[in-house]
Design a protein around this ligand. Structure first.
Ligand SMILES: NC(=O)c1ccc[n+]([C@@H]2O[C@H](COP(=O)([O-])OP(=O)(O)OC[C@H]3O[C@@H](n4cnc5c(N)ncnc54)[C@H](OP(=O)(O)O)[C@@H]3O)[C@@H](O)[C@H]2O)c1
Length: 271
């Protein structure tokens, strides 16, 4: 293919989405980036920015219409938009669960439903969804997020089976902790406070979660790895990008009895 390839990147105003968009731009893609904080359509530093709220159908539709005016092709969609709410299973409100699922999981569903007809007509396309190590294993007090990432993992398997005959490849990126730099997408649940019966364990676990992320891997490297993955003829279905201890944690989770895993993870997160 001689023309410049086009990629849509969601959640590209900060963190891993921003680093991925920059790496794809550097790799020669036409990058059309979406996020809520892009107030208007403009081109900045070689990236086309468009407003996008993945929780709103009409915003997703408007993003896709505007993106198709910039470039009629959608060679790839890379979905990074995400958020989490920290809280115990018991005290995370149903509204908080819905907010996380609506952004992390249904946001991807909405984007895919727009992109798939275009990719089927093109007879090719790539859909890359940012899951997480938490899509493979649970940790305490990050439960709505963990549930949303598990949803993505199962959904992606079925999606790949359905769309392969149309020349469409699906891939999951499963990052471990990376320094995304923003705390604003990790609010404490409304009911979490000193009066919570889980307060001591919650404080311990959320301090650990915060420490691991702020000392996490380099998001620039992740962006470059994803750009290289998109350049391959055949993308791997799962691409885990994590530190060696996080790879080990996933491996142990798969092979150790559940009670052992629970004991290891409790000891790690809850002092
Ligand atoms: N950082 C990590 O260690 C890590 C580890 C595993 C997986 N991940 C995954 O990687 C992805 C990026 O995470 P991050 O930590 O790097 O990002 P982040 O800095 O927390 O940024 C989240 C991004 O999502 C966008 N976003 C949030 N809600 C949105 C909505 N309704 N519509 C459109 N965009 C929305 C935000 O932009 P606006 O506010 O401007 O809309 C922002 O660009 C997420 O899917 C996350 O689950 C991250």
């Amino acid at each position: 293919m001689n023309r410049q390839k086009t990629v849509w990147v969601t959640g590209a105003s900060s963190g891993l989405g921003l680093h991925t968009a920059l790496a794809l731009r550097d790799a020669g893609w036409t990058v059309i980036a979406g996020a809520r904080s892009f107030a208007q359509a403009e081109e900045k530093e070689g990236i086309h920015q468009l407003p996008l709220d993945v929780t709103r159908e009409e915003s997703v539709q408007a993003f896709c219409d505007a993106a198709l005016e910039i470039s009629p092709w959608v060679d790839a969609v890379v979905q990074c938009a995400g958020m989490l709410v920290l809280g115990s299973c018991e005290e995370t409100t149903v509204e908080e669960y819905q907010r996380v699922m609506n952004t992390n999981f249904l946001g991807m569903v909405r984007m895919n439903q727009q992109a798939l007809p275009i990719m089927r007509a093109q007879k090719e396309g790539r859909i890359v969804m940012y899951s997480s190590i938490n899509g493979l294993m649970g940790i305490p007090f990050q439960n709505a997020y963990t549930a949303s990432k598990h949803a993505i993992e199962g959904y992606a398997e079925g999606l790949q089976m359905e769309v392969r005959p149309f020349g469409i490849q699906v891939a999951l990126v499963e990052p471990g902790d990376h320094r995304s730099g923003s705390e604003k997408y990790r609010p404490h649940g409304a009911k979490m406070g000193p009066e919570s019966p889980y307060a001591a364990a919650y404080d311990s676990a959320t301090a650990k979660i915060h420490h691991d992320e702020t000392h996490g891997s380099d998001p620039d490297r992740l962006g470059r790895k994803v750009a290289r993955m998109l350049d391959r003829k055949w993308m791997p279905f799962r691409r885990r990008i994590a530190s060696p201890d996080q790879h080990l944690a996933v491996y142990l989770h798969k092979f150790l009895p559940a009670r052992w895993n629970e004991a290891i993870l409790r000891a790690y997160y809850i002092k």
